[in-house]
Design a protein around this ligand. Structure first.
Ligand SMILES: NC(=O)c1ccc[n+]([C@@H]2O[C@H](COP(=O)([O-])OP(=O)(O)OC[C@H]3O[C@@H](n4cnc5c(N)ncnc54)[C@H](O)[C@@H]3O)[C@@H](O)[C@H]2O)c1
Length: 376
């Protein structure tokens, strides 16, 4: 890669200043190219809290006001999962580079609409599949891409999650059917696996779900397990449960992956069992601090950790990579919009197959999804 010689100054708009808006803002405020930061946050108190923390120059509750500001030349969209579409479509009119949080949208029709609009606008956009910036996963990508494993024939992944994330998601929505462990969280592990298998074509998928815990409470899903079959015979075998007890030591995500090829195998333990904290009094850390959690797999909060007042971890690295790209044009291995749409399509196919209790041919689109659900 060529050395970056000149840098554009960045005026950054952050739409949605919740957890992720704060994380990305914390990294942005330390980036040398970022000269101005504006925040749009619906919740007045939250907006002011984050603005003060990151020294924002402008704050509003109306993201359209922020997009109009002359200083803005790059936009982060970090609203709730089901609220990405409107700010993305409005931001496209300005032609500025975008960092959009995953998933692109929560329905297949919206995701396809957003992808088409971004392509048509010719905007440089990336989507927050943050785990690609964790060292383990990058190292494995390098080995798969260099052919060290030969032809990859089987990938297996097991994701275990504390139910705090699921409860938070189901409480925030008035449409629990639009939320599933696959669409909201399984998408991260799926993205990693599909990133490794990017040269292969998925052709068929089969899945089953369980809803014994979150079903009665929220109309939700506890766990989904399934397989994706590829045109060359390769298999991706994956499962996620986000219904583990609150006392499970993982704050959020605990993942094990195996990649088997004709010439080698690579296993990754990303369960975070390597650093275990046990305390007598609950800590103000992790996803949603909860008094019942006295044992913690440190490092299991996917974005990273607050260390000495600064976010350290994959979300800081991903944000810096994007800011460097905006400032100097350098490449990033962040997920593209096309990849993000593909992940939404596959996670929807998992949910569809589990509902139908039948295999589904890939790819699917919104029309086919609806027809199959209606049984025609
Ligand atoms: N990349 C990752 O690793 C990662 C990790 C966690 C969450 N996420 C994603 O980031 C997004 C945000 O998640 P979060 O945990 O920060 O949620 P959050 O609820 O903490 O924050 C969302 C914020 O957006 C605000 N908001 C919603 N609509 C708005 C609008 N139109 N204008 C202004 N503000 C608006 C809400 O008031 C809220 O404060 C989700 O899509 C989530 O899936 C990504």
């Amino acid at each position: 890669m060529a050395r970056a010689k000149s840098s554009k100054k960045i005026g950054l708009a952050i739409i949605g200043a919740g957890r992720v808006g704060l994380f990305r803002g914390d990294t942005a405020m330390r980036h040398p190219a970022v000269e101005w930061i504006g925040i749009a946050e619906k919740n007045h108190n939250r907006g002011h809290f984050v603005a003060e923390k990151i020294g924002a120059d402008f704050i509003t509750q109306d993201y359209k006001e922020l997009l109009k500001r002359p200083e803005v030349n790059a936009v982060i969209i970090a609203t709730d999962e089901h609220l990405h579409v409107a700010p993305i479509l409005d931001a496209l009119a300005y032609g500025m580079p975008l960092l959009i949080e995953k998933p692109l949208a929560t329905t297949l029709a919206d995701s396809a609409k957003v992808m088409a609009a971004i392509e048509q606008a010719g905007v440089d956009a990336i989507v927050g599949y943050t785990q690609r910036f964790r060292r383990n996963w990058m190292g494995a990508k390098e080995k798969v891409a260099s052919g060290a494993l030969g032809d990859v024939t089987l990938v297996t992944s097991r994701a275990f999650m504390n139910r705090l994330v699921a409860i938070d998601n189901y409480k925030r929505t008035n449409d629990p059917k639009s939320i599933s462990p696959m669409v909201i969280s399984g998408t991260h592990a799926l993205d990693i696996a599909m990133w490794y298998l990017e040269a292969k074509t998925p052709v068929e998928l089969y899945a089953r779900s369980i809803d014994k815990v979150l079903g009665p409470l929220y109309g939700g899903i506890d766990a989904t397990a399934g397989m994706i079959m590829f045109s060359d015979g390769c298999i991706l075998h994956t499962n996620i449960s986000w219904a583990l007890p609150v006392t499970w030591p993982g704050a959020v995500y605990s993942l094990e992956v195996g990649i088997v090829g004709t010439e080698g195998v690579l296993t990754i333990d990303d369960t975070h069992r390597d650093m275990v904290l046990a305390v007598s009094a609950p800590q103000e850390e992790g996803y949603n601090p909860d008094k019942r959690r006295l044992v913690d797999f440190m490092g299991s909060y996917p974005p990273g950790d607050w260390l000495d007042g600064e976010l350290i971890g994959p979300m800081a690295e991903e944000t810096n990579s994007w800011l460097n790209r905006v400032a100097t044009g350098q490449k990033t291995h962040a997920a593209t919009v096309k990849e993000a749409h593909n992940r939404l399509m596959l996670t929807k196919a998992f949910d569809l197959s589990a509902k139908l209790r039948k295999p589904v041919d890939l790819p699917i689109d919104a029309e086919l999804e609806e027809r199959l659900l209606r049984g025609v």
